[in-house]
Ligand binder design. Structure first.
Ligand code: ADP
Ligand code: ZN
Length: 640
C-alpha cells in the first residue's frame, strides 16, 4: 500500500543531513586549520639542518610556537640538486613559503647550538619567533559545547514529535496531524467484497456510504447527516478494514490515525493536531476520518482528577468534540472511530451528533470464518482438495486478522517444505503455531472447553424453552465476546409488573447452564459465574426489596432516598440477616433442582441442541423449533 505523507508542503530537515553537516564541518575545519600550518612542507632533521646552516644554504628561519622550525633557504641553495622539490610555488599574497620544517626538542639547546654554528662559520641567520594560531580549531573548540547542546536538543525534539511512528525529522511538525491519507482514487481499493462476514455491520455502514456518495439526497429533506460512528470489537476483527471499505465504496479520501498519535508530552499538541486533522479533511471533503483506539483520548474524563496529569488528554478530547460539533451538516466529513472498550469511553462522545451510532464487530462464527478464509485463500496456491469448512471448524475464537495470519503462515510453511501448493497439513501446522502465540492475548478455546460451553449454552436454551414465563430466546452463540465464552440472547418482554413466577422462571433458565454441565458431565465449572451473580442478585431482590418471600414477609429494605446503600449499618437485625440468607439460598437451590429435572427429562434434545451448536456456533429460534417443536406459550406477536 502506498501512503502519501500529506505534509509535503512543510519544510523538513532530515536528521541525517543535519548530523552529517556537523561532522562535515568538523572535518573541513580540521584540514583547513592544519593545512595552512606546515604539514605539506618537506620534513628534515635538526642534524641535517645544521649541516645546511654550516654550508651557508639557510637564509632565515621561523621558530613557530617554540616547538617547530620553518627553514627558508637562500635563493642559490634552493635551486641546487640536494634541495630539489622543496621550493613551493610563490604566491604573491601568501608570501614566500618555507623549504623545510622540523621539530626540535628544547628551545634553549636549539638556540645555543644555532649560535655556535653561526659563530663557527661566521654567519648570521635571520631568526623570527612566530606564534601561529590555529584560529579555526580554537573557534570550533569554543563552539563545540553549543553545537552539542543544540544537536541533542533537536534529537530529543525529533524523538518526541515522531513518536517512533517512522516519520523522521518532524522538528517543525509537532502540532500537525500525523494522519495517513489514503487517496480515494489511487490507494483505497478495498471494498465490501474484501470484508467477509460482518453482514450486520456492513448493513449499518452502508448508510454512511450512501450519504458520502450522495449527500444532497439526505440534506434536501432537512435531515441531519451522521457525523460519527463507533466500531466496537476485539482487535483484529476487521474494524479498520471495514472503515477503509466504506471509503473505498464511497470513493472518498480516508484519513487514518490512532488515538495515541494525538497524545504527546507537550501541552496543546494533541488539540492542535485534532484541529489540523479536521482542517485537512475538510479541504478534501467528502472524506472519512478513521481514529483507531479512540479510548486513548476518549476515556471518561476523571471526576476527581487531582493530579491534573491527564489534562492534555482532556484538552484533546474536548477539541475533538468541538470539531465534531462544529462542522455543519454540509461539511461531509464523517468520523469513524474504533475501540474494543466502549464501556470506558466518555459519555460525551456518544451524545447525539457525535458517535451516536455504535456498530458491533464481533469475532466471526464458523460460517463467517469460512468466508474470511475464502478471502485470504484467494492469493494462495492451495491444494485442490482443500476443505475450507474443515479449516473454519478448526479455528474457533480466531479473529479475521488471525485467519489472515494462518493463511500467510501456511504458505510460508509449504514453501519451506518446497511444496507446489499449500495443503491441509500446512494449515494445521500454521494454526498450531499461531495458537501458541495467541494464547496470551486472545481467547483460544480447546475442543473440550468448546464442548462444555456448547452444553452450558444449550442448557440455558433448553430450560428457557420449556418454561412458560422465561423470556423467549432469539439467539444462542458460542462465539466468544468480551469476557464471555458464549451467550444466550433473550428478547425481554417489556413488563411493567414482574410476577414471582416470571422471576423464578428466569432464574431457573439462568441456572440451566450449570445444570446442563452437571447433567451431561457430572461436573460443574467456573463458567457460570455471571449466571450465579445474576441469580443471586435477583433472589436477594425478591427477599429484601420486593417482599416476595414468605419467611421475611411483606417488608422492603429498599430505601429510595439513598439508592439502597446502607453504609455500615444494615437496617435489619442479625436474626433477620440469617433468615434472609436462608431464604435466598432456598430460592436458588429450588430453581437449580428444577433446572436439573427439566434437563434430565430432555437429555436427548439437549444433546442434539449442543451438537448443532458445536457445528454452527450460532443458532437461532428456527433451529430450536426444529428440535423442540413450536414453543407452546409463544404468542403470535413474538413470532412475527
Ligand atoms: P481491527 O482494526 O479490528 O483491529 P483490522 O481491520 O486491522 O482489525 O484487521 C486486520 C486484518 O485482518 C485485515 O487487514 C484483514 O486482512 C484481516 N481481516 C479482519 N477481519 C476480516 C474480515 N471480516 N474479512 C477479511 N479479512 C479480515
Ligand atoms: Zn451461562
Amino acid at each position: 500500500m502506498i501512503n502519501k505523507k500529506n505534509n509535503k508542503k512543510n519544510p523538513k530537515i532530515s536528521p541525517y543531513w543535519f548530523y552529517g553537516g556537523i561532522i562535515f564541518l568538523f572535518i573541513l575545519l580540521q584540514t583547513f586549520s592544519s593545512g595552512i600550518a606546515s604539514n605539506d612542507l618537506n620534513q628534515t632533521t635538526p642534524s641535517k639542518f645544521f649541516e645546511y646552516v654550516s654550508i651557508g644554504d639557510v637564509e632565515k628561519i621561523e621558530i613557530i610556537n617554540k616547538r617547530e622550525v620553518k627553514v627558508y633557504l637562500t635563493e642559490e641553495a634552493s635551486s641546487q640538486d640536494i634541495h630539489k622539490g622543496t621550493t613551493k610555488p610563490y604566491f604573491p599574497l601568501a608570501g614566500r613559503s618555507a623549504n623545510y620544517r622540523f621539530e626540535f626538542g628544547d628551545l634553549q639547546n636549539f638556540e645555543n647550538r644555532l649560535k655556535k654554528t653561526e659563530e663557527e662559520n661566521n654567519l648570521s641567520i635571520e631568526v623570527n619567533y612566530v606564534t601561529e594560531q590555529n584560529i579555526w580549531g580554537d573557534l570550533l573548540l569554543s563552539m563545540l559545547p553549543f553545537v552539542l547542546i543544540i544537536g541533542i536538543w533537536i534529537f530529543i525534539m525529533r524523538k518526541m514529535s515522531s513518536g517512533g511512528s517512522g516519520g523522521g525529522g518532524q522538528i517543525f511538525n509537532i502540532g500537525k496531524s500525523k494522519a495517513k491519507l489514503f487517496d480515494a482514487t489511487a490507494d483505497v481499493k478495498i471494498t465490501f467484497k474484501d470484508v467477509a462476514g460482518l453482514e450486520g455491520a456492513k448493513e449499518e455502514v452502508q448508510e454512511i456510504v450512501d450519504f458520502l456518495k450522495n449527500p444532497t439526497k439526505y440534506t434536501k429533506l432537512g435531515g441531519k447527516i451522521p457525523k460519527g460512528a463507533l466500531l466496537v470489537g476485539s482487535p483484529g476483527t476487521g474494524k479498520t478494514l471495514l472503515a477503509k471499505a466504506v471509503a473505498g465504496e464511497a470513493k472518498v479520501p480516508f484519513f487514518s490515525l490512532s488515538g495515541s498519535d494525538f497524545v504527546e508530552m507537550f501541552v496543546g499538541v494533541g488539540a492542535s493536531r485534532v484541529r489540523d486533522l479536521f482542517k485537512q479533511a475538510k479541504e478534501k471533503s467528502p472524506a472519512i476520518i478513521f481514529i483507531d483506539e479512540i479510548d486513548a483520548i476518549g476515556r471518561a474524563r476523571g471526576k476527581s482528577n487531582m493530579t491534573g496529569g491527564n489534562d492534555e488528554r482532556e484538552n484533546t478530547l474536548n477539541q475533538l468534540l468541538t470539531e465534531m460539533d462544529g462542522f455543519g451538516t454540509n461539511t461531509n466529513v464523517i468520523v469513524i472511530a474504533a475501540t474494543n472498550r466502549a464501556d470506558v469511553l466518555d459519555k460525551a462522545l456518544m451524545r447525539a451528533g457525535r458517535f451516536d451510532r455504535q456498530i458491533f464487530v464481533d469475532l466471526p462464527d464458523v460460517r463467517e470464518r469460512k468466508a474470511i478464509f475464502k478471502v485470504h485463500l484467494r492469493p494462495l496456491k492451495k491444494a485442490t482438495n482443500l476443505d475450507i469448512e474443515f479449516l473454519s471448524k478448526q479455528t474457533p475464537g480466531f479473529s479475521g486478522a488471525d485467519i489472515a495470519n494462518v493463511c500467510n503462515e501456511a504458505a510460508l510453511i509449504a514453501a519451506r517444505k518446497n511444496k507446489k501448493s499449500v495443503g491441509k497439513q500446512d494449515f494445521l501446522d500454521a494454526v498450531d503455531r499461531i495458537v501458541g502465540g495467541l494464547e496470551k492475548k486472545n481467547k483460544i478455546i480447546t475442543p473440550e472447553e468448546k464442548k462444555a460451553v456448547a452444553f452450558h449454552e444449550a442448557g440455558h436454551a433448553t430450560v428457557s424453552w420449556m418454561l412458560e414465563h422465561a423470556a423467549p430466546l432469539v439467539k444462542v452463540t458460542i462465539v466468544p465476546r468480551g469476557q464471555s465464552l458464549g451467550a444466550a440472547w433473550y428478547l425481554p418482554e417489556e413488563r411493567l409488573i414482574v410476577r414471582p413466577e416470571q422471576m423464578l422462571d428466569e432464574m431457573c433458565a439462568a441456572l440451566g447452564g450449570r445444570a446442563a454441565e452437571k447433567v451431561i458431565f457430572d461436573k460443574i465449572s467456573t463458567g457460570a459465574l455471571s449466571d450465579l451473580e445474576k441469580v443471586t442478585k435477583q433472589a436477594r431482590a425478591m427477599v429484601t426489596i420486593y417482599g416476595l418471600s414468605d419467611k421475611v414477609g411483606n417488608i422492603t429494605y429498599y430505601d429510595s432516598s439513598n439508592g439502597n446503600e446502607y453504609g455500615f449499618t444494615k437496617p435489619y437485625s442479625e436474626k433477620t440477616a440469617e433468615t434472609i440468607d436462608e431464604e435466598i439460598s432456598a430460592i436458588i437451590e429450588k430453581q437449580y433442582q428444577r433446572a436439573l429435572k427439566i434437563l434430565e427429562d430432555n437429555k436427548s434434545k439437549l444433546t442434539e441442541l449442543a451438537d448443532v451448536l458445536l457445528d454452527k456456533e450460532v443458532i437461532f429460534k428456527d433451529n430450536l423449533e426444529k428440535i423442540f417443536g413450536k414453543r407452546p406459550f409463544d404468542k403470535e406477536v413474538i413470532n412475527s
